[in-house]
Ligand binder design. Structure first.
Ligand code: 0A1
Ligand code: ZN
Length: 881
């Protein structure tokens, strides 16, 4: 743990590094509790820095053994070493060699940052500031060096020794049980991309031939016995490599690409050069153990980490404020990859649902921050949905604004101009401005202004003049530190949909007009001419801008869009909007003690979509999905009562399940298949629709439907159908549920990754008994507070995925999560801080819950030994709006 209070870091304080590092030669001798790290650095003064200065290298909890400068052992007085810093007050004003020896204890590293052990395997995590937990270093991304890593270890403990780059040498250490391997990475990189692994791992190997004909060895390392669950990840990797060549012209650059799956990992995965390290959850999959969603996520994360090789590694970030430079761009790239591999419409709807569920919520609360923040206390807390997913939306808007071709030109220019550099957002956007000749200065506000813009679209038809007048306006509310906002550049793709469902021609001032309107003023009016009939407005098609849209579209228009819109996103959106209007009305009625109502128009729209056999099943499943409790809470906005939201949604689901029972039953039968399981998107879509139908039929509590779910659970030959049936059963307290839950535990008790699904499902049951169930499950043999996946599955699902029970009226949900945050903070502050973000919407709650949530947050914030990570989240969450 750090012993110094961290100061806020500000973008405006950026200064170039005073010292540069040409080469790093590491010699790491692995030992469970005393790993010896010898680091040889060739340093030189940075000609761009202001003045020659003392040399200050960062550390974190380090123990120094010795330091030598140009071969001479430094004496006390010639350097100052603390666990956090190594300072040489008077270094030569010329290039020199520095040799540093430190000892670290990987077994005691519970933070999982730096060098640690996952089960028995030695592995590293250096992003963002983990390298300084291994050796003293100028640990900032604009210091790029080439690395040579020699690893030595006991042969039986760690027969496999890996590091970044290509293997150059390996062999036995004479006279003992130890062996070594030397890896060299010729590409200059920042320290956060360093990695090494040592362990007894199994390996699956394949080969990829790049477009220029180079053979690249592909290896996935996993625990012994897991080799047969690597096939899908390997296939996804090869498809990613090929796609990046075809779509972005990016070819892989080393002779080998390795992925190592570990069971203890703070995040999803890490893009270390040539040696990606993955949470095993995002590698291992087969029909028996993984759901369709797991397969899709594995494909996306494998692609994401691979794509970082160019967007992140070859071109990295100048400083951590530029994090979205690599993350937003790489998310955009992985979303496009998934869209090409699967269904573009389904991918887009899924991505937007995810954006609204997480990023819009973050943007609406006390943790809101710009896509490029200007200040941070703890960088680990900025791996957020705003940096990642909103960052991707900003890139997507660039493509909408510039068009596909100019966008690609801008990307090409970026790769050409900045390869091998640590770049900024300004440099990135400049490439698109230069490639297109467009002025993108106002567009830059997407990077600097936090919050979700509100856009109001008000259309009116003049049947005499045959004109359609569209008034658009935008506003952006205050966010922490940003009381006043300037207008954004908002690209809105739109269509005017006629009664027969076709798009009417867009004509403005006598000329054909683009289907993209750029709203860059507070308000703007457009008059479309020659509009032969009253159209239904379909706006923000494809979700062309990440805004909250309010349009004066009638229910009748929405039903037209639901039935016909040529843009599948807005077809889905039309149903969502109809459902949201009904849900909001019912939340009001229920809170006033009245009965909820139904909407025949919505049911009819759903029935029409259900019976349209030309539609992709995955799309129909999404349409039937209905807004989530979180969606409702977001729309309600303030004075939120999670119980009322839940009741309104449950009422709607039961109404659909009741009214459409015959259609749902026939879908269920029609999509029943005896073909062997395949994770492809089309098959997954059919399963998604069939399981949605099952769930809606059971939503009425109909015993036949519940019996059907129980039968599906028992008879399933794949995890998707088994889990879906279990999820349906989990919502209906009865013997079928108890039996299936017990069976699942028995079946998979040896496999913690699968038990995670079972833990998560139970943590999300919207019943009063769930908190006690969660507490009891903490004693389950598979559960451990030391494994982030287990913690997220059980406690994280409860805190983030169970709105009614986390927000129990008696406050017991808050108390439980607060205690868990504090308990975890002692061992793993990053995971604790992530859990603490569950409180981020506390101010939107009705007053009684708000008070209880605030008390719990204050209890967290008041603990004096808090980590920087949790203290940052708790304090920002409590800062007055
Ligand atoms: N760069 C990774 C995310 C990541 C960030 C921090 C980590 O530290 C524990 C790990 C991974 C990505 O975007 O996938
Ligand atoms: Zn990433």
């Amino acid at each position: 743990m750090r012993t110094e209070e961290p100061l806020p870091v500000r973008l405006e304080d950026y200064r170039p590094p005073e010292w540069l590092v040409d080469t790093v030669t590491l010699n790491v001798s692995l030992d469970p509790s005393a790993t010896r790290v010898q680091s040889l650095l060739y340093l030189k003064p940075n000609p761009e820095a202001e003045a020659p200065a003392p040399l200050t290298l960062e550390g974190d909890g380090l123990h120094l053994v010795s330091v030598r400068l140009n071969g001479a052992l430094l004496q006390a007085g010639e350097f100052v070493a603390t666990p956090e810093r190594l300072t040489i007050p008077q270094p030569p004003n010329a290039p020199f060699r520095l040799e540093i020896e430190t000892i670290v204890n990987p077994s005691a590293n519970t933070q999982l940052m730096g060098l640690y052990r996952s089960n028995e395997t030695y592995c590293t995590q250096c992003e963002a500031e983990g390298f300084r937990r291994i050796t003293y270093f100028p640990d900032r991304p604009d210091v790029m060096a080439t690395y040579t890593t020699r690893i030595e270890a006991d042969k039986t403990e760690a027969p496999i020794l890996l590091a970044n780059g290509n293997l150059t040498e390996s062999g036995d250490v004479p006279g003992g049980q130890r062996h070594y391997a030397v890896w060299h990475d010729p590409f200059p990189k920042p320290s956060y991309l360093f990695a090494l692994v040592g362990g007894d791992l199994a390996c699956v190997e394949d080969i990829f031939v790049t477009r220029s004909g180079r053979k690249v060895t592909l290896r996935i390392y996993v625990e012994h016995g897991r080799e047969d669950r690597c096939g899908y990840a390997m296939d996804a990797l090869k498809r990613s490599m090929q796609w990046d060549e075809q779509v972005f012209g990016c070819e892989y650059d080393l002779d080998i690409f390795m992925i190592v799956a570990v069971s203890a990992f703070n995040m999803g995965a890490m893009e270390n050069k040539g040696l990606n390290i993955f949470n095993d959850k995002y590698v291992l999959a087969d029909a028996e153990t993984a759901t369709d969603e797991d397969f899709a996520r594995i494909e996306a994360i494998i692609a994401h980490e691979y794509f970082h090789n160019w967007t992140g590694n070859r071109i990295t970030c100048r400083d951590w404020f530029q994090l979205c430079l690599k993350e937003g761009l790489t998310v955009y790239r992985d979303q496009e990859f998934s869209a090409d591999m699967r269904s573009r419409a389904v991918e887009r709807i899924g991505d937007v649902r995810n954006l609204r569920a997480h990023q819009f919520v973050e943007d609406a609360g006390p943790l809101a921050h710009p896509v490029r923040p200007e200040v941070y206390q703890e960088i680990n807390n900025f791996y957020t949905t705003t940096i990642y997913e909103k960052g991707a939306e900003v890139i997507r808007m660039l493509r909408v604004l510039l068009g596909r071709e100019a966008f690609r030109k801008g990307m090409d220019l970026y790769f050409e101009r900045h390869d091998g550099e640590a770049a900024t957002i300004e440099q990135f956007v400049r490439c698109f401005a230069d490639a297109s000749g467009r002025d993108l200065s106002q567009f830059m506000r997407w990077y600097s202004q936090a919050g979700t813009p509100d856009v109001v679209a008000d259309g009116s038809y003049d049947s005499t003049a045959k004109t359609y007048t569209l008034k658009l306006s935008q506003s952006l509310g205050p966010t922490p530190g940003q009381p006043i906002k300037l207008p954004m550049v908002i690209p809105l793709r739109l269509g005017l949909v006629g009664a027969d469902g076709t798009d009417l021609p867009l004509v403005v001032a006598g000329r054909p007009a683009s289907d993209v309107i750029i709203l860059d003023e507070p308000s703007h009016t457009i008059v479309y001419e020659g509009v032969v009939e009253r159209p239904a407005l379909s706006i923000n098609r494809e979700f062309s801008a990440p805004v909250k849209l309010t349009a004066n579209v009638t229910a009748e228009d929405l039903r037209r869009l639901a039935a016909y819109d040529t843009d599948p996103f807005n077809r889905w959106q039309a149903v969502q909007t109809l459902a949201t209007r009904l849900l909001l009305k019912n939340v009001g009625l229920l809170r006033a003690g009245q009965a909820a109502v139904t909407d025949d128009g919505l049911i009819a729209a759903l029935a029409a979509i259900l019976s349209d056999t030309r539609l992709e099943p995955a799309f129909v499943a999404l349409v039937l999905g209905m807004p989530t409790e979180a969606d409702i809470a977001r729309e309600v906005g303030r004075d939120v009562d999670p119980d009322a939201n839940f009741a309104a949604r449950a009422h709607l689901r039961a109404a659909i399940g009741g009214a459409l029972a015959p259609a749902l039953a026939s879908i269920y039968e029609r999509l029943t298949s005896t073909a062997p399981y395949s994770p492809d998107a089309a098959s997954a879509g059919r399963r998604a629709l069939r399981n949605t139908a099952l769930d809606l039929m059971a939503a009425t509590g109909n015993p036949d439907a519940i019996a059907r779910a129980a039968a599906q659970y028992r008879g399933a030959d794949n995890m998707t159908d088994r889990m879906a049936a279990l999820a349906t059963l989990s919502l209906h307290d009865g013997p079928e549920r108890a039996e299936a839950l017990q069976d699942f535990n028995r079946r998979y008790e040896k496999d913690p990754l699968i038990i995670d699904k079972w833990l998560g499902l139970q943590a999300m049951i919207p019943e009063a008994g769930t908190l006690d169930r969660v507490k009891a499950l903490m004693a389950h043999p598979a559960f451990s507070m030391n494994n982030p996946n287990r913690v997220r599955a059980l406690i994280g699902s409860f805190a983030h995925g169970n709105a009614t029970q986390f927000n129990r009226a008696d406050g017991a949900g808050y108390d439980f999560v607060a205690e868990a945050v504090l308990a975890l903070d002692a061992t793993n502050p990053q995971v604790a801080a992530r859990l603490a973000t569950a409180f981020r919407s506390w101010r939107a709650l009705e007053s009684s819950r708000r008070k209880k949530a605030e008390e719990a947050l204050r209890r967290i914030a008041g603990v004096s030994t808090l980590s920087a990570d949790v203290s940052d989240i708790a304090n920002r969450a409590l800062t007055p709006a």
